[in-house]
Design a protein around this ligand. Sequence first.
Ligand code: ADP
Ligand code: MG
Length: 492
Amino acid sequence: MSLMFASPVVTPTVGAFTFSSRRSNYIVMSAVRSNSTSLCPVLTKFQKDCATPTPYLREVANAIADDMRAGLAVEGGGDLDMILSYVDALPSGNEEGLFYALDLGGTNFRVRSVQLGGEKERVVATESEQISIPHKLMIGTSEELFGFIATKLASFVAKEKPGRFRLEQGKERELGFTFSFPVKQTSIDSGTLIKWTKGFNVSGMEGKNVVACLNEAMAVHGLDMRVSALVNDGVGTLAGAKYWDEDVMVGVILGTGTNACYVEQKRVIPKLQSKSSSGTTIINTEWGGFSKILPRTIFDREMDEKSLNPGEHLYEKMISGMYLGEIVRRVLLQMCETTDLFGPFVPVKLSTPFALRTEHLCKIQEDKTDDLQIVGSVLYDILEVEASLEARRRVVEVCDTVIKRGGRLAGAGIVALLQKIEKDTKRMGSGKRTVVAMDGALYEKYPQYREYMQDALVELLGHKLASYVAIKHTKDVSGLGAALLAATNSIY
Ligand code: ADP
Ligand code: MG
């Protein structure tokens, strides 16, 4: 923000003209624009390649649904892993007692205590603390990392006010562990790490049970606590949201990355090798892995080739926060190389991968000034260019194209889940409200993205079904969800 105001006011100039009056400026500029847009084949082609008309979007939703079914049939049957979460018992509201949550999934970890008071009192007290993980621990040994976490947990517990939090006599403290890295879950309280991501590379952990690592560290540090539930952040969001609203059937994360979980009927899960096939369970779709029939452009291909996981998670790379700014940067770079977008030179900063972030696109799209002043200052601050009004308009168009495609594709994914739920439960058809719990800063902070997502939902579901669907922003409920799942899976 401060950077934005620090930049000088850039007078929009095009050719030999310098405009002063906003209104006349606008009219003349429009003329210039329509004339020269045709001179920007890169933009025209990009817009065409990114188009997601309704019939095509429907095909995408159907293809995601097909891969969901394939993944439920056999392990690795489709692009979506459709991981069994082993969460069969969802919070009912009757949970009572003191439970904890630990969220590990990035450069910070978060601990939370929750005193549950049952049906009437619900959450009687809760405290949380965020602790940053020193970089050397992210690339050290598992004893160092989990030892650090156990120590911090122990001091969090030591600060507890006895009046607010009460552990029943004879009980050990129980913890819901949200671990947002790829895990092969083997039961509600065990799972092995498949691989580290997000800059973590702790030695000797791949293939190990992450719950055992944490339990051992807590024992070593004299903390009377055990892990009762291992969950991923989507599952935690769904469980936490369902505690307050029983119509929640889906949990979606749209942040740096993306994922979705939903409540599934056990009888339609062929790969579930258990005797009981009644009731429901949560499926963690890992939908970011979907990679078929997507509207890929040359820019998506090039970004993918340079990524840590080329050829994988193509859906995630089109809809989640980490990538949207980077796609725009790559388009702008090619526009600069083929036309004089920002003058005769290609700005140096524009060649830096990930220089433009999704937050910047959001600021650009929120600019309501006639002469796109904010767009001008973002471009000045981030790319160090003085952009003409014509150039600013083109930048807005590129951002809009990427955000529209991303939001609409995310909407198609949600529709795939809702249609799957509808086929097996007929809940919306019988007029029952169905809620999608949503978390993640991309959804929270990008109104235009949300709008495109909502449009796609209505287009694909139709007004009637869509009127039963509510998308609810449920910020930070995954910690509560993990604590609740520790309660529902308590050994006591
Ligand atoms: P995580 O998924 O790591 O928990 P968040 O939910 O905090 O992360 O989401 C972070 C992502 O959200 C960033 O990668 C960024 O793309 C996006 N984001 C953050 N702030 C904004 C904003 N103001 N406008 C648009 N997108 C944002
Ligand atoms: Mg998050």
